[in-house]
Structures are given as C-alpha cells and as structure tokens.
Design a protein around this ligand. Structure first.
Ligand code: NAP
Length: 245
C-alpha cells in the first residue's frame, strides 16, 4: 500500500486530497496543526467508510513539530511515497506592494515557502526509499509572473504582493528541487487547485473541492513517464493543464 503525507489536511482542499488519495487505496497521514481538528476530520472520513487514514500533529511553520511528525511517521513506515505540501495562508491585508508589512511577508513565506523546504528536507530520506516518489507543491496560477504580467489573464487585477510572491517563490523552489532530483524516480510538480470555494477566500471561489482535489491527486499518482518540474493549472489551461512560470 502506498503512503502519503498531506499538510493542512484538517479541512478544505487538504482534507479533500486526503479523502481522494485514501479512496484510491493510499494510506494517508493527515497533517493538522491542531490535533483536535485533525481527529474530527478523521472521524468525518471514517463516517464515510474511509479507514486508511490517521492524524499527525503538524505545524508546517514549526521545526520541532515537523521533526516530531517525521519521527512519528518513521516509526510506522520505512517509506513515504507522496508528499503534498498543501498548507498555506493568504497573509492578511493590506496586500499592496507599498503597504504590506515585512511581518506579513515573513509569516506568509514561512507558511507557504519555508514549509515546503522544511517538509521536503525532513521527509526526503523516506521518500527516496519509494520506487515512485511524488511531491506536489500546492501553488496558485496567481504565482505565475508571466500570467500576472498579461492584462488578458482573468485574475490580472487580483494583485496581492505578499501571497502572489510567496507562490512565485514556491514555484522556483519546485523547479530547483525537480532539477536536483532529475536523475531519480522522483516527480516534483507545482499544481494549482483552481479558484475553489473554501475558508481561504470566504467561499467566494468558483470551483468545487472535488475538482481541486482531483487536480492535485492526478500529480500525486502520476506514472513514471509523467512530467516533473512543471507548473499545472487546469483552470487556466483546460487542454494540457500546463501554464507558464
Ligand atoms: P484553507 O481553507 O484556508 O485551509 C488551509 C489549511 O492549511 C488549513 O487546514 C489550515 O489549518 C492549514 N494551515 C495553515 N497554516 C498552517 C500551518 N502553519 N501548519 C499547518 N497547517 C496550516 O485554504 P485552502 O483553500 O484549502 O488552500 C489550500 C492550499 O491551496 C493553499 O496552499 C492555498 O494557497 C492553495 N490555493 C487555494 C486556492 C483557493 O481558491 N482556495 C486557489 C489556489 C491555491 P487550520 O485549520 O489550523 O487553520
């Protein structure tokens, strides 16, 4: 049985990814910074008949928490097949380049960028033992510098200096990581779930959790001939899914 760790999985897109992965038979470690919320998510999944899941306390901005999660998971398995770096924050307001504060940038980069570095470095040894290791960094098409420079892009006026630049940084980390792992069985991709109705945007998103989950799970289970080091947003390119950096 394959295994996966999904961060920020107590609700919204992370929970949906955990659900869909578990439904394909993957054993899922459901990361939740609040253990109680994570347990409630597990209960919800169990009511749906999904039992191949367990909660792991995991605050992606906290080195100790990540270390403890690694130790805990390491006692249960010698191999991790899939890492989904999903946890993320918007970063509050103002988001203007002129007024957003340095503290906002630090907090947001910690949750959206350094988290992926922490988790990847902490779990790389377990991932390397998988015959088909996959890392999906959950990004946003809004982290595309090319799209955001194009007035025809549908979210061109949705500028947010803190959040957008954090996802652009996560994208570059994805490219470099994929490059470093290019001669291995790893597939490392940045995937946008699409503008999805969640707490993240006060439920103003237009897409469903089901579609968001599918878009991420697709790259978590991509086969050995699949892409690596790419950026996908089906919402912005329904044909191939690939979008420019
Ligand atoms: P959400 O509803 O706000 O859920 C975010 C999840 O991340 C929650 O489980 C939250 O935990 C967790 N989280 C935040 N900070 C954390 C930390 N320090 N440690 C551990 N977990 C933490 O957001 P969402 O819409 O599901 O978004 C998930 C991902 O998709 C994010 O990376 C976001 O940038 C990306 N995305 C979302 C959209 C969209 O339209 N929704 C579009 C593009 C990309 P708590 O419950 O404890 O707060």
């Amino acid at each position: 049985m394959k295994s996966a760790l999904v961060t920020g999985a107590n609700k919204s897109i992370g929970l949906e990814v955990a659900r869909q992965l578990a439904q394909t038979g993957v054993y899922v470690y459901l990361g939740s910074r609040d253990l109680e919320k994570g347990k409630q998510a597990i209960e919800k999944l169990k009511e749906e008949g999904i039992t191949n899941v367990e909660v792991i306390q995991l605050d992606v901005t906290n080195d100790e928490s990540v270390k403890k999660a690694r130790t805990e998971i390491g006692k249960k398995t010698k191999t991790l097949d899939i890492l989904i770096n999903n946890a993320g924050i918007y970063g509050g307001y103002p988001q203007t380049a002129l007024d957003a504060t340095i503290d906002q940038f630090k907090e947001t980069y910690d949750a959206n960028v350094y988290s992926a570095v922490r988790l990847t470095q902490a779990f790389i040894d377990l991932l390397k033992k998988s015959p088909e290791p996959r890392i999906v960094n959950v990004t946003s098409s809004q982290g595309s510098i090319t799209l955001h420079s194009d007035p025809a892009y549908k979210y061109y006026d949705y500028k947010g200096a803190v959040y957008l630049s954090s996802k652009a940084a996560l994208n570059m980390y994805t490219v470099v990581l994929a490059y470093e792992l290019k001669d291995t069985a790893f597939k490392v991709n940045a995937v946008c779930p699409g503008y999805t109705k969640t707490d993240f945007n006060g439920h103003r998103g237009t897409g469903t959790l089901e579609d968001a989950g599918k878009r991420i799970v697709k790259y978590a289970l991509i086969d050995k001939d699949g892409p690596t080091g790419k950026f996908f947003s089906e919402e912005n390119n329904p044909e191939t899914g690939e979008v420019p950096w």
